[in-house]
Design a protein around this ligand. Sequence first.
Ligand code: NOJ
Length: 528
Amino acid sequence: MWSSSAVARNIAVLLTISYNSLLQLARGSAVVKSGVSNYSFPDDFIFGVGTSAFQTEGGWNEGGKGESMWDTFLHEHPTFTVDHSNGDVAADSYHHYMEDIELIKKLGVQSYRMSISWPRILPNGTDNNINQEGVKYYRRILEELVKANITPVVTLFHWDMPTPFMNLGGWTNAKVIDYFEDYARVAFNLYGDLVKMWLTLNEPHESCLSGYGNTGLVPALNSHGLGIYLCIHNSLLAHARVYRMYEKEFKPDQKGKVSIVLESVWTEPKDPNKQEDVEAAENYLQMHLGIFAHPIFSEEGNYPRVVREKVNNMSRLQGYSRSRLPYFTDEEVTALRGSADFYALNHYTSVSVSPSAMEFYWKVPSYYHDTGVRMEGDPFWARPGAIWQFLYPPGFRKLLNWLQNNYKILKEIAIIVAENGFIDFGGIEDYDRVDFYNDYLYQLLLAIHEDGCNVKGYFAWSLMDDIEWRDGYTHKFGLYSVDFNSPNRTRTPKLSSYNYANIVRTRRIDFDYIKRPEDLNTTALKGL
Ligand code: NOJ
């Protein structure tokens, strides 16, 4: 999340496009791919596309819905988003969901990842008041999806916590876990006949770091030393609680699968010949990804040793008599270990890493200070879209291999890429997004066919342009563009939607399917 203005960022991005292209050419890394990929996606590989409730639905106070913390916070702090927007209408999927299902069908994907807005079905967050109109809304969508042979994958918490719980400290308050469990039970009871793939929490790293450890996301608590770790700890416990509850109360009948969405960057050592950079890259990955994945997917469970040591040592040096990273009880370690039926990975960017004792933007105490690493972009990586998204497709393959090598259980349970996508600032002729999907999906093919990674699914993010949290409507991720100025939020396919549909249909990547005008004899839309 960045606080500079959208205009300044656009200029910076424009400058980096040519800079990056020159550097890439100088290094010979601007590989021009053509033809059709030699490998194909296996028959049992699932293609999908995703959205989340707050980002697309709108209808913030319609049909009996309660307020989420994003509704309340953006109403009270209208300048929090860079364009001073909010999610009141968003892409208005609350009214256009049938149209959205048609868009999903056009892509030909087998699955759709969506989220339930907790306050739409429980307006106060608690199960003493179930909002029947909200219940019907999701039921209709799920029934339509199933009728169209599209498997719904449903996230329970995609950051839009009911406001009453934000006021009680959000995820820093361990009691919220009980109420999350109640909400999950209501959802399993209501929709478990239709939904067989559930995701408890989306990207707790991002929501804890930016929502509790700084001010990038709501509730913008800025509790950089403590709140972030309480949030991480309670998010993990909330996940385990819901996983075990489903396992006991619902799995025998409903036979569904449950997991949690964990996001990660790939960390590349700044100088691969320097041992300290190699170690910093590994350690940062443990602080970012291992802190969530190790308790769930490793054989021994609990936080990774390096994470425990780093936060304990730093806490001690800072005069705390207890670690800022809480401890799990033995029962909690056991409940967490193995609490996932597949690994759901989100991936967007890579970072170049070297050790550092202090950076000017770090607070003390803070998670960043605890990590002890400096992160930056590699000048050889392209950055045609947002300022933070460095394109290094091989990093995706390396990350998949890292997971596969670190967690033996991934031989038995599959990795599903729950989000991967490209940001730009608008436009239907989104050639950079087409390249992004071609290049990242190609690395995925290599990870499957050459490295033996057990990846069984991929969800493009996102079905359509939406509210990109603090970046408002300035950043676009959609395969479909949404006209946020039109009253009916007109959806228009981008070139990337045709390209993705072709990959889904043929199960291969055709690097020539969409050509840039400069590479074309005819028109970009020929044959579409
Ligand atoms: C991850 C989040 O899950 C999603 O809501 C967001 O739009 C994307 N990252 C892009 O930032």
